[in-house]
Write a protein that binds this ligand. Structure first.
Ligand SMILES: *Cc1c(COP(=O)(O)O)cnc(C)c1O
Length: 228
């Protein structure tokens, strides 16, 4: 077995264990393999080990790998910052975008989504307190932005994403994820019908699953440490 295959097995087992601990079904949590900075051949190895959902953060790098891996039936997710001049390529090549935090970007993605493809699946990135990056819509602006985006024709608003500041303290990890879940629950009480909470990375996916994550984005625990 390759290192990537055995890492994947370890991560899948940890996801199942976290689900059981939270009284949830492991089948309700999907694993997104974050392959940014890793080579197409490493993605292929993970695919051959049964992983089909992959996420990329840097468009140019992603497009090169997508071209090389066209023979594989991969579901590609975009999770990086999006500039306006990059929306067309994102709309054309990805199934999901987790990093939408402005209406202008959402409008462009909707307008540029090719009509022969299914709607682009969208998560709003929320800047919860402790957010590591400056990306993300502020908490107060989420309901209005979610409502407008849900009405755009070629997008399907699925849920929320966040990247809390890294913490080694489990209680702090949970508190940050609980904040995102509360916003998510609030939107659903207003009838938004969201089903995706994209939260949890290599160092904190256990806490994220305890707080209701339905999609965890795991990179280094699968592929090893990133070298930029
Ligand atoms: C890089 C990245 C990840 C994966 O991080 P790891 O710590 O390697 O698991 C998850 N989400 C986003 C938005 C990222 O940029």
């Amino acid at each position: 077995m390759t290192t990537i295959a055995s890492n994947l097995q370890v991560v899948r087992t940890a996801i199942s264990a976290a689900a059981v601990l939270a009284g949830r079904s492991a089948g309700d949590i999907s694993l997104l393999a974050v392959s940014k900075t890793f080579a197409a051949e490493e993605i292929r190895r993970a695919y051959l080990a049964g992983q089909t959902r992959f996420a990329e953060s840097y468009l140019q790098e992603a497009l090169e790998k997508l071209a090389v891996l066209q023979d594989l039936n991969i579901e590609w997710h975009f999770i990086g910052p999006i500039q306006s001049n990059k929306t067309r390529a994102v709309a054309e090549h990805f199934a999901w975008v987790h990093s939408v935090d402005r209406l202008k970007i959402a409008e462009r993605l909707s307008a540029q989504r090719p009509l022969h493809l299914p709607p682009l699946q969208i998560c709003l990135q929320v800047n919860i307190s402790h957010e590591a990056s400056k990306s993300g819509v502020s908490v107060g602006e989420v309901p209005e932005l979610a409502k407008v985006i849900a009405g755009l024709p070629n997008l399907a608003l699925r849920g929320l994403m966040a990247v809390p500041a890294p913490s080694e303290v489990y209680a702090e990890q949970r508190a940050a994820f609980a904040q995102l879940r509360e916003i998510f629950d609030g939107l659903n009480r207003q009838g938004m019908g969201l089903d995706t909470l994209s939260m949890g990375m290599s160092h904190d996916f256990t806490a994220a699953i305890a707080e209701g994550a339905t999609m965890v984005r795991v990179g280094s625990a699968i592929f090893g440490e990133r070298i930029y």
